[in-house]
Design a protein around this ligand. Structure first.
Ligand code: F6R
Length: 612
């Protein structure tokens, strides 16, 4: 969703901001714009469409500047068009602002401003906020910084804002609440962005701005204040990211690169934690919460989308290994249905971006009710990570493709470690089973590498099925969430309607869809549900459905029944989902590419969903 980027320093600002906007394209957007300040002259260029269209639009225009703000907008208030694109200007045209998030009380503020004679040129909440700031500035005769502070005390919602002021051409003002803001600290220059990807090639020194903080940024000075005007010491951290991680590195798409990175990213998620030879498991981020986890009445996993699917796998695993009841909740539903939650409950929030608004709000409400919150996040320093009482990072590296792939398998790996650690501490697992599962996790990266060798075969299967109108994905037990994930991947990337179901539930309705046109993908690896799923395959074949089965090496039964078979290495059923999802990711990828779609940036989707 929306991305912000800004530069102030000795370089020409426009090329830095433009490149930053390109780095943020993966977040999903539908219009883009920049503001440039050169001495006392403010220029704003904005356009509906992609960054490349903005680039064409500004050809031949005056782009000289050492201070600039830029934006990629994912429309919320008002359709995507030039007018609604950011930056938005104050009524006097002196302040320009870009904004991520939503100002929830914008209608009330707008009415107050209309009563004072303000006129608006866009439908955005952003324009309302910058008019409001300017109104405060002129009625109180105060600085922009002071006006921002006063204004934000009235604002309800989540935001990160960046402002340039024609009357103060050496200063950038930024503020955040609920949306991410990273400041890169260079020599005589600063870089600001929604995430570190536009910053990493210039500096590895970064400051993550906290909620309710305002940054006053000059080329060689960074002042942080809280909303009560008290100076805060910026905490400068070393960025743990390489430029290569956010470039395609020879792959046709980020999604393909990220699928193929999985042997390494799974290994990274286990590194330093899993010691199979020594029979040990170390999770530093859980240490001080282990007593609570062992005694927990309940574990509630909150997440959205793909991360929710990882939570479902964890539900099966934690209940089996730890004998603790687990509930897996859509974060958006959990928050608004007034759930019964309190002391003795442990919430695990699972999120790749760490910025998903629904998950954040669900965590906040559970925290208020006394629950302890643990995070399983990929992005270090993200809002979800910071709101958590403890947790475990997934260390999958930056995920640029909008469809989550490597973050999912890293989540599965980390959630397995968490389940195993609790079971060991609680004494609900035998030493033998514990060691067996450590060994299984140790070898999973290699098995994923083997599964990736199926790429060419899966591409051929994709050619065969690419024109299907609908798909059904079925699985049981640990593979049921993988069926859901396979269907979600296909929908996102190829725009083909796909549904995931527990294979047995199919008889209770969806079987009515089955005919010779319908491909049914079975995730049917060798596990304790195997015999049952064989029967389910027969039920589909009896109705002339086309069966595409993901099976395990050595299986002779399913290949004799299915129309197409993808054979993956054998693994314990707790670990098998990390392997069985690989062919489904590849299938979705190839079908999307064969249909000619932009698989890295599917229509309507955003990488980081920062609105509720
Ligand atoms: C699917 C996908 C989304 C995300 C969901 C949650 O490929 O990427 O369904 O999983 O928006 O995002 P995070 O994990 O960042 O909280």
């Amino acid at each position: 969703m929306c991305g912000i980027v800004a530069y102030i320093g000795h370089r020409e600002a426009y090329p830095v901001v433009l490149k930053g906007l390109k780095r943020l394209e993966y977040r999903g957007y539908d219009s883009t714009g920049v503001a440039l300040l050169n001495g006392g002259s403010l220029k704003v260029y904005k356009k509906k469409g992609k960054v490349a269209e903005l680039e064409d639009f500004v050809l031949g225009k005056d782009l000289k500047s050492h201070i600039s703000i830029g934006h990629t907008r994912w429309a919320t208030h008002g359709e995507p068009n030039d007018r609604n694109a950011h930056p938005q200007l104050s009524g006097d045209g002196k302040l320009a602002m870009v904004h991520n998030g939503i100002i929830e009380n914008y209608a009330q503020l707008k009415q107050e401003l209309l009563n004072k004679g303000h006129q608006f040129t866009s439908d955005t909440d952003t324009e309302v906020l910058i008019h409001f700031i300017q109104e405060i500035k002129s009625s109180n005769q105060c600085s922009t910084e002071e006006a921002v502070r006063i204004a934000l005390k009235r604002v309800v919602g989540a935001y990160v804002i960046l402002i340039v002021d024609e009357d103060d051409p050496d200063t950038l003002i930024a503020a955040r609440k609920g949306s991410p803001l990273v400041i890169g600290v260079g020599k005589g220059e600063h870089f600001l962005a929604s995430d570190a990807s536009p910053i990493v090639e210039y500096t590895k020194e970064v400051v993550y701005v906290n909620d309710y903080e305002i940054a006053i940024v000059k080329a060689d000075e960074l002042i942080l204040k809280n909303i009560s005007n008290e100076i805060q010491t910026p905490y400068i951290q070393k960025l743990d990211m390489e430029l290569a991680a956010i470039e395609k590195g020879g792959y046709a798409h980020f999604m393909l690169k990220e699928i193929f990175e999985q042997p390494q990213t799974i290994f990274d998620s286990l590194r330093g934690r899993l010691d199979a030879k020594g029979g040990k498991l170390t999770l530093g981020g859980l240490r001080e919460h282990m007593d609570l986890l062992k005694e927990a009445n309940r574990i509630i996993i909150v997440a959205c989308g793909t991360s929710w699917h990882a939570g479902l796998v964890a539900e099966y695993m934690i209940e089996e290994l730890c004998r603790i009841p687990v509930e897996v909740e859509y974060a958006s539903e959990f928050r608004y249905r007034n759930p019964v939650v309190g002391k003795g409950d442990v919430i695990i929030a699972v999120s790749q971006s760490g910025e998903t608004a629904d998950t954040l709000v669900a965590m906040e409400s559970a925290k208020e009710k006394g629950a302890i919150i643990l995070g399983v996040c990929n992005v270090v320093g993200s809002s979800i990570a910071r709101l958590s009482n403890g947790g475990v990072y997934t260390h999958a590296g930056p995920e640029i493709g909008v469809a989550s792939t490597k973050a999912f398998t890293a989540q599965l790996a980390v959630l397995s470690l968490i389940g195993l650690k609790i079971a060991q501490e609680k004494g609900t697992i035998t030493a033998q089973r514990f060691q067996h599962l450590l060994d299984e996790l140790e070898s999973v990266s290699e098995k994923v590498a083997t599964a990736l060798q199926l790429n060419a075969q899966i591409k051929k299967i994709a050619e065969k099925y690419k024109d299907a109108r609908d798909f059904l994905y079925l699985g049981r037990g640990y593979n049921f969430p993988i069926a859901l994930e396979g269907a979600l991947k296909l929908k996102e990337i190829s725009y083909i309607h796909a549904e995931g179901y527990p294979a047995a539930e199919m008889k209770h309705g969806p079987i009515a869809l089955v005919d010779e046109q319908l491909p049914v993908v079975f995730v049917a690896t060798k596990d304790s549900y195997y015999e049952k799923i064989v029967s389910n395959i027969q039920e589909i074949k009896a109705r002339k459905g086309k069966v595409l089965a993901v099976t395990t090496e050595g299986d002779q039964v399913i290949p004799a029944m299915a129309d197409d078979v993808i054979v993956v290495p054998e693994a314990d059923e707790l670990v098998a989902p990390i392997i069985s999802v690989i062919p489904l990711q590849l299938l979705a990828y190839h079908i999307g590419v064969l249909k000619g779609y932009d698989v890295d940036k599917p229509r309507n989707l955003a990488k980081s969903v920062t609105v509720e």
